[in-house]
Design a protein around this ligand. Structure first.
Ligand code: E4P
Length: 217
């Protein structure tokens, strides 16, 4: 399973990249606005830090402008994945860019039917939003299960990128189902390290080691 960071915060990205566990980054217009940075130079910086795919989202909603934006974003670096919305125009852009060997992440997916269309349009990644479905009382993880099953049935090459992750159980459930990628807010990734018994056990080992009066170095 690949881990992407769902952030445009450079400090977080550098910190997570230094663990060797980071496989990519996803951004969206909300995260860019939060950063207060210029979009294109920020994305270029992220692409230098992370070797894996870096998703950068188009801002327009019509086909022609999205195509121009997508082509411009794709020029930033070879590891750019152009992010397009799951609309008819967005999927046309997806088809064109994919046919030209540009990675495409289709975002704002909320149904299995939409995911089928994205796969047929040649998407590199489909981004179903589990947290936002849970927020309105629908089962986000059920959607992941459905998409993974459907993609397996037809051997679609599109990777299932679980988005809108809110807590570690979303990651664990995604892994159980066999989703290809999770994109997580940095604090959710960090929560995976944590277990109270690890903290308790380590404190005891540190104390007991002191009693030996020894040093390894
Ligand atoms: C990722 O590509 C999405 O933009 C992101 O996961 C959305 O998450 P949110 O629902 O927490 O805004």
């Amino acid at each position: 399973m690949k881990f992407f960071a769902d952030t445009s915060d450079l400090n977080d990205i550098k910190d997570l990249a230094s663990t060797g566990l980071l496989d990519g980054v996803t951004t969206n217009p909300t995260l860019i606005a939060k950063s207060g940075r210029e979009f294109l130079p920020l994305i270029a910086e992220i692409c230098k830090i992370v070797e894996g795919p870096v998703s950068a989202e188009v801002a327009a909603t019509d086909f022609e402008t999205m195509m121009k934006e997508g082509e411009k974003l794709a020029e930033i670096a070879p590891n750019i994945a152009v992010k397009v919305p799951l609309t008819e125009a967005g999927l046309k852009v997806c088809k064109e860019l994919s046919d030209n060997d540009v990675m495409v992440n289709v975002t704002l997916c909320f149904s299995a039917g939409q995911a089928i269309l994205a796969a047929k349009a040649g998407a590199t990644f489909i981004s179903p939003f589990v947290g936002r479905l849970d927020d309105i009382g629908q089962d986000g993880m059920q959607l992941i299960e459905d998409i993974v099953t459907i993609y397996d049935n037809y051997s679609f090459g599109t990777e299932v990128l679980v988005a809108s992750i809110r807590h570690p159980m979303h990651i664990i459930d995604s892994a159980r189902i066999g989703a290809d990628v999770v994109t997580c807010p940095p604090d959710v990734i960090r929560k995976l390290y944590k277990h109270p018994l690890t903290d308790k056990g380590l404190a005891a080992f540190v104390e007991d080691w002191k009693k030996t009066g020894q040093s390894i170095l």
